[in-house]
Design a protein around this ligand. Sequence first.
Ligand SMILES: *[C@@H]1O[C@H](CO)[C@@H](O)[C@H](O)[C@H]1NC(C)=O
Ligand SMILES: *[C@@H]1O[C@H](CO)[C@@H](O)[C@H](O)[C@H]1NC(C)=O
Ligand SMILES: *[C@@H]1O[C@H](CO)[C@@H](O)[C@H](O)[C@H]1NC(C)=O
Ligand SMILES: *[C@@H]1O[C@H](CO)[C@@H](O)[C@H](O)[C@H]1NC(C)=O
Ligand SMILES: *[C@@H]1O[C@H](CO)[C@@H](O)[C@H](O)[C@H]1NC(C)=O
Ligand SMILES: *[C@@H]1O[C@H](CO)[C@@H](O)[C@H](O)[C@H]1NC(C)=O
Ligand SMILES: [Cu+2]
Length: 590
Amino acid sequence: MLYAQLLFALQALVVSAKTVTYDWSVDWVSVSPDGFTRPAIGINGAWPCPTITIDIGDRVIVNLKNNLGNETTSIHWHGIFQTGSAQMDGPAMVNQCPIPPGSSFKYDFEINQPGTYWYHSHVGSQYIDGLRGPIIVHDPAAPYAGKYDDEIVMTISDWYHTQAPYLIEYFESPLNENLHGGSEPVPNATLINHAQNVQFKVKPNKTYLVRVINVGVFSAQWVNFDDHDMDVVEVDGVYTQSHRVSQLFLTAAQRYTVLLKTKSTTKTNYAITVSMDLSMFDPGVTPSTLMNNVTGYLVYDDQKPLPESDDFDYDDALDDTKFIPYDSQPALGPVTHPINLVMAFNPNDANQNRATFNNVTYVAPKVPTLYTAMSAPADLVNNPLIYGVNSNPFVLPMNAIVEITLINTDTGPHPFHLHSHQFQVIARGPPGPDENGNPLLPTHVRVPAAPMRRDTILVYAGSYIVLRFKADNPGVTLFHCHIEWHVEAGLVVTFIEAPTELQALKLNIPEDHKHACQARNISMVGNAAGNSVDWLDLTGAPSQPALDNWGALTYTPPDSDILGQAANKMLKSRVARLLGKKSIFSLKFW
Ligand SMILES: *[C@@H]1O[C@H](CO)[C@@H](O)[C@H](O)[C@H]1NC(C)=O
Ligand SMILES: *[C@@H]1O[C@H](CO)[C@@H](O)[C@H](O)[C@H]1NC(C)=O
Ligand SMILES: *[C@@H]1O[C@H](CO)[C@@H](O)[C@H](O)[C@H]1NC(C)=O
Ligand SMILES: *[C@@H]1O[C@H](CO)[C@@H](O)[C@H](O)[C@H]1NC(C)=O
Ligand SMILES: *[C@@H]1O[C@H](CO)[C@@H](O)[C@H](O)[C@H]1NC(C)=O
Ligand SMILES: *[C@@H]1O[C@H](CO)[C@@H](O)[C@H](O)[C@H]1NC(C)=O
Ligand SMILES: [Cu+2]
């Protein structure tokens, strides 16, 4: 009986799986989500970018054409495991070559996991400029299936007026290090669905499934629906036991799906507030013009006025380590591969602000790491040396139980994201450091029976996180901070996961993927230095970020920024001296 039911369910799954094809032209478009008009990167001439909506088990094909003219691109499908399709994961110089202007590139993969995800550019920090959108995977077997009337997709994000390449060049300049200790550029505004004053029309006595996605690049944000509680049912694609909260707090890249019950009358409308975590911005660099709150509305009756937002208790943030996955999956163990990562920020010899793990700053190799793993001789593919020290490589054998212990020596919190997996959150320390200024260490970790799983987690300042996952997905898997400034600064680790099994998969690299490499003379064989003769000779592997790779001519510091006029003059004269040097963009955007 049970067997027959199972068979029936499997057949139903097979029958319903379909292919969903998108043809996307990646274009420059003019946008003004907060009243300031600027160029942004959209899809098919439109922005915000479209939502991918599919059913679990579907195959997704995105035929992408890069029509930007002056920048490369690539797309990462955030949270999607890419089981057996590591070549479709997206990060440039890791799983593929950057897609040159004028080229086409096909992404083709299956999605066998339910819930709320998103996609974004993974070249440089290009998604700052708008190339990002939701992915919604419906599941008829969701624990909340049939318990809601309608669905709302709500992105929240920070937004800049200045384009990413200029901000990056400024961020990484010695000038910024000298004046601000390497401060991250502060955004101009926060947005809901890439707009302000968005109205969600709702009906009384209904239950809505609200999917909240932080598609921002830096700021964590609170989300408050005035006078409405929420029951969290899914976190980063992981079903959870229903958990009531009055606010949400999402770091960049996190998602929460909640059930929200509407009121029984249409007497009033209600405000929604999304509010930035200002503590992430360095003191002294936050312009007074910053629009750190944005309002949206639950509109019960569009004839009635739109109310002002209520204030709320910002300290009442939920602790996401307290959620329990619906499947109560026990803690993985015993640990076979403990990995200790100590992260820090320090200026390098050129006085650029660089991030390090165990003293190593990530610098992209000459050959995308996946292609190194696919082309390496079988007896060397498990040797981390071939991937280059600056890839921060860790080779994981098939089915290793990996435990990452990450110690954050920095004074700010960081949201860490693992590609291709959902990790178990074994422990997270409270905000540190201790009274002597030393980071808190995980000395007395009690492993939870059913740890929370997700794909992005915040580590507090001066503190730690302990994460576990099983290396059962052959491929090349990035682990990085999801603050884009910190990706630029090198806060990235590369897991080479089950490389022997990866080679056995003999992944098909489509012609257009090869073309992307050929167009820019990027080799698809060889070690991190491009050497396929002597695989252990890493001479020439990139080890330092380019020193003269900033040259932003139009960056204007905010008025109230302590950078001020004098510094601005310095910046201009420094830039003037660099004029005539090779364009930064050929380097930064490959
Ligand atoms: C590329 O072109 C767009 C549209 O003209 C422009 O806004 C953008 O600044 C350019 N980007 C670079 C890196 O030059
Ligand atoms: C909502 O439900 C309540 C309780 O069942 C009922 O009294 C009320 O009339 C309903 N409201 C509307 C607008 O239908
Ligand atoms: C908006 O942000 C400020 C911080 O600048 C905060 O104090 C205020 O309470 C927020 N407003 C609302 C309506 O939440
Ligand atoms: C990093 O470098 C410092 C100073 O050079 C050294 O004391 C420390 O042990 C190194 N840390 C790691 C994790 O290698
Ligand atoms: C690629 O390499 C060839 C041969 O070395 C050279 O002629 C060509 O200009 C290079 N192309 C690019 C885009 O660097
Ligand atoms: C924010 O916007 C203002 C006005 O458009 C601009 O002067 C300022 O440079 C912007 N700040 C950042 C960090 O982009
Ligand atoms: Cu970070």
